[in-house]
Design a binder for this molecule. Structure first.
Ligand SMILES: NC(=O)c1ccc[n+]([C@@H]2O[C@H](COP(=O)([O-])OP(=O)(O)OC[C@H]3O[C@@H](n4cnc5c(N)ncnc54)[C@H](O)[C@@H]3O)[C@@H](O)[C@H]2O)c1
Length: 320
């Protein structure tokens, strides 16, 4: 058993978009990080990406330009997994979303890591229990689901398996608070954890409204952006229910729930669009709406501007 004070070194397995983003966050918070990837090109891209992201953030008031190289110096890249994990107290697996690959990675980590090192998987949707099932020391394995971009979105879902003891949850929660993230404890290993269950309940209704001809795609998005979406960062559903009264919530649900989408299959219109190769930005901009290259770029820029502003304000409010 270890405590937060025993966590001195972090190892990240996989140097893709999540792996290098998470490595950068741990290093910026002061932890030495061993970053493993199979390929030298991936590691080179990871180093370029981290330096560019740290500079991007510093130019927008999150961190300082003079700290970029100090943070980079805390990260050691390697193509040798044993070297990355040597002496690591917390290991985060960020390899591709493939069950056999993840199980194999944790079996290797079993052999390499210190007996009390905590081993986390950044899987988006797979069961951490199943990922851990072929490992010898399953009780130190859990899920930590970061959100993209990892250097901006504060949420990390800490997912407990049936075998995770409380100390592993406690240290993992404290560690993510210490690096400036906002960890939440998901007490059961269920598909979608907490936030993706909420997100995809909303997406299912959004797609259904379009399919039923109630509103067009742009209107569906506007109804959230100019309406309930605006207050979500301050007033989320359970707070909102308390504010308006549970009696009103019961009365609304008694009337409206039977009309809402409850299909357990993906939307037929979504399937049709995928069959026609209308995938959105990645296929020339035709998806639910049609996007010119300029509109695609503008949307990405608006998102990053919004997120950096929101995170900067959050850190200022927390006095960081
Ligand atoms: N991208 C996201 O939005 C997001 C968000 C949260 C969690 N995740 C999860 O994080 C994990 C990594 O996702 P990503 O977006 O960084 O993917 P990515 O494709 O950018 O990176 C995957 C990494 O896995 C490595 N890899 C692939 N096959 C391998 C093999 N056979 N052996 C060893 N390494 C191998 C690749 O070299 C690469 O470094 C996945 O489990 C994903 O579901 C992704």
């Amino acid at each position: 058993m270890i405590t937060l004070q025993d966590v001195k070194k972090i190892a990240i397995i996989g140097g893709g978009s999540m792996g290098h983003g998470c490595a950068m966050v741990f290093a910026a918070a002061g932890y030495p990080v061993g970053l493993y990837s199979r390929r030298a090109e991936t590691l080179q891209k990871a180093v370029e990406g981290m330096r560019s992201d740290l500079t991007f953030l510093a130019e927008r008031g999150i961190g300082k330009l003079e700290d970029v190289e100090t943070t980079m110096a805390r990260i050691t890249t390697t193509q040798d997994m044993a070297e990355a994990t040597a002496d690591a107290d917390f290991v985060l697996e960020c390899v591709a979303e493939d069950m056999a690959l993840k199980q194999d990675t944790f079996q290797k980590l079993d052999q390499m890591c210190k007996p009390d090192a905590i081993l986390a998987t950044n899987t988006s949707v797979m069961s951490p229990t199943e990922i851990a099932s072929t490992s010898a020391k399953r009780d130190r394995i859990l899920g930590t689901h970061w959100w993209n971009p990892p250097f901006l979105i504060p949420l990390v879902e800490v997912v407990q398996t049936e075998e995770t003891p409380q100390w592993v949850i406690d240290v993992t929660m404290e560690l993510h608070k210490a690096i400036g993230k906002h960890p939440i404890h998901c007490k059961k290993d269920v598909p979608g954890f907490v936030a993706n269950r909420l997100q995809h309940a909303l997406w299912r209704e959004a797609l259904s409204i379009v399919e039923r001809g109630i509103a067009d795609p742009a209107t569906v998005d506007e109804s959230l952006k100019y309406g309930p979406g605006l207050r979500l960062p301050v007033l989320a559903p359970l707070e909102n229910a308390d504010m308006v009264g549970l009696d009103l919530t019961l009365s609304i649900h008694s009337y409206v729930l039977k009309y809402l989408e409850d299909s357990h299959e993906p939307s037929p219109l979504l399937r049709e669009k995928v069959e026609k190769n209308e995938l959105g930005f990645k296929t020339g901009g035709v998806g639910y709406q049609t996007w010119t290259p300029e509109e695609q770029k503008a949307l990405r820029t608006r998102l990053l501007d919004y997120l950096t502003k929101a995170v900067r304000e959050m850190k200022e409010a927390e006095g960081k």
